[in-house]
Write a protein that binds this ligand. Structure first.
Ligand code: AN7
Length: 404
């Protein structure tokens, strides 16, 4: 089997796997990992537990490399009949990425990315983050014994995520700017200071994230018609699409889903680009949304996401903060599944598409719910309010209850 390589999406320049490079040194475009489709069946891989590393033949890490892992992946795929009815479609599943070790899908990427960093001999890793990337990277860096630097947009990172980065021992630096500015800074620093960069511009990280597609095929027993994904920096939708394509290339599946990318209305440059048929992304300079995870105005992976949506004959839309918050609450109350606001965007997008006739009522959709409810407790209190306080006696409490 040939070794995995990196290839430029635009000029096709190739790099071998030992080079530390994030974008094409020739033309500046994004790089993609290219692997030879492995000859392995689902059944053979099913001897291993349902986790990211079940699919190791598809993961571009040499067999002898020590893996840095927290047993990520293997997240639940919940069938949600009440939610499907609410959204106006036949069948809806939630792929619950909040069940990962640090509470988001980022862990799938970080097991790959930090394993790679360690195998390349890096001593320090860094990222800019709206929160979850930093929470995940700091945990995996701790496990690997690497120094970790995270650059955050000041005041715009949910408390749970910040708590994680701090407790796992990362050096946390807040900049008085937004995520896009933080990412520019960390990209400059990592090249200059030899610190390994683990934002989703790093194509190795996305290799871990593609396993979500593999798991869905394993859990559902077939390829779903549509996969709805919230988009921020646009790495995840690209990675998931790559996963579905690789399963098809390897002969494991014989069809592909449509990819549905959903952004928050105040932070929707990719949706605007596609809607207005622009040839380049027009960044949003001051992105705003309650879903701080996807408060990103200049997503670096937009070319990959646009490819995923176009190649899959998929769809795209933006949802308002009100729709996001309402959907988050509905998912929690109807199905018992706690997700953070950005995660609810995928389900809100499905409901919107069904209501305007952009999605077949007969569709079967997998919604990727990317992060856990507990990530952003302040948002919860701001929408649900604080609990009612009463004196500590039976009468006062029973007055609050309705008789059954
Ligand atoms: C819960 O942590 O970008 O489109 O710096 O945390 O792959 O960026 C988070 C992104 C969706 C968007 N849902 O994924 C970060 C960061 C949640 C997220 C996204 C994020 P991408």
């Amino acid at each position: 089997m040939s070794e995995p390589i990196l290839r430029c999406m635009k000029c096709h320049k190739e790099y071998d796997a030992s080079q530390i490079v994030y974008t094409c040194t020739g033309c500046g475009a994004l790089l993609e990992v290219v692997i030879e489709p492995p000859k392995v069946t689902l059944k053979e891989m099913a001897r291993r537990p349902l986790r990211v590393w079940r699919y190791r033949e598809f993961l571009p890490i040499a067999k002898e490399t020590p893996i840095i892992s927290l047993d990520e992946g293997g997240t639940q795929l919940y069938r949600c009949d009440k939610l499907a009815k609410w959204a106006g479609i036949r069948r809806l599943y939630i792929k619950y990425e909040g069940a990962n070790p640090t509470g988001s899908f980022k862990d799938r990427g970080m097991t790959l990315g930090v394993t790679k960093a360690k195998s390349l001999g890096s001593k320090a890793v860094a990222c800019a983050s709206t929160g979850n990337t930093s929470a995940s990277l700091s945990a995996y860096a701790a496990r690997a014994g690497l120094t970790c630097y995270v650059i955050l947009p000041a005041g715009k990172v949910a408390m749970g995520k910040l708590a994680q980065a701090l407790m796992h021992g990362a050096k946390v630096i807040s900049v008085k700017g937004n995520f896009d500015q933080a990412l520019n800074i960390v990209m400059g620093i990592s090249t200059k200071m030899g610190i390994y960069l683990l934002n989703s511009i790093n194509p190795w990280r996305l290799e871990g994230q593609k396993t979500l597609a593999f798991e869905v095929v394993d859990q559902l027993g077939h390829v779903p018609e549509m996969v709805a994904v919230p988009m921020g920096n646009c790495g995840n939708i690209s990675a998931i699409w790559k996963g579905f394509k690789e399963f098809q290339d390897a002969g494991i599946t014989d069809c592909l889903p449509r990819m549905y990318g959903v952004q928050a209305a105040g932070s929707a440059p990719v949706v605007r680009m596609l809607r207005e048929n622009l040839s380049e992304l027009a960044p949003v300079n001051s992105p705003e949304t309650v879903a701080t995870a996807i408060r990103i105005g200049n997503p670096v992976n937009w070319p990959k996401a646009v490819n995923a949506i176009k190649e899959s004959k998929g769809a795209y839309d933006a949802v308002s903060d009100d729709e996001i918050v309402e959907t988050q609450r509905i998912i929690a109350c109807l199905e018992g599944i706690g997700v953070e606001p950005a995660s609810a965007a995928s389900v809100a997008g499905v409901r919107k598409a069904a209501s305007i006739g952009a999605m077949d009522a007969d569709a079967e959709v997998v919604c990727v719910c990317t992060g856990h409810l507990l990530k952003d407790p302040e948002e919860v209190i701001s929408i649900c309010g604080k609990p009612i306080e009463v004196p500590p006696d039976l009468k006062a409490v029973s007055e609050m209850l309705s008789p059954v």
